[in-house]
Design a protein around this ligand. Sequence first.
Ligand code: HEC
Length: 119
Amino acid sequence: MKKLFGAAVLLLAAAVATAQEPKPAAQAAPAGNAETGATLWRNVGCWQCHGYEAQGGAAGPRLSGRNLPWTGFSAYVRRPANQMPLYTEKVLPTTDLAHIYAYVQSRPAPAQNVPLLQK
Ligand code: HEC
């Protein structure tokens, strides 16, 4: 009986320890180079829908200036949910995607509060 109780305590302790493990933080983007990314952006064809500056267009939403986290960005490219074509690791290796991500991150948000445009 005592042994059983001991085992139960151990199990409980293990359960508590597991529950307290910190959640994995959002994955940091692998190092990318924005200039290399700009070339890839054009060669791979992201621009066709998202625009040369990732500013968005008729066929794809704006990606610039949104500070999309790497985790969601890369996940979407690998498993698009709607109209965007799928890019597999074979077609677009993650190292290249990281360059593209760096390029998109380097694009500024659209200008706002331009007085001349507000009249
Ligand atoms: C044929 C058009 C097309 C091409 C080419 C394309 N996309 Fe997209 N993309 C879309 C559309 C449309 C959406 C909006 C969601 C949907 O319909 O799938 C989208 C959404 C995204 C999103 C999610 C944005 C969000 O709001 O979370 C990311 C990230 C993205 N695209 C990255 C890329 C990258 C990187 C490339 C090039 C490797 C690329 N796209 C090429 C059309 C395209």
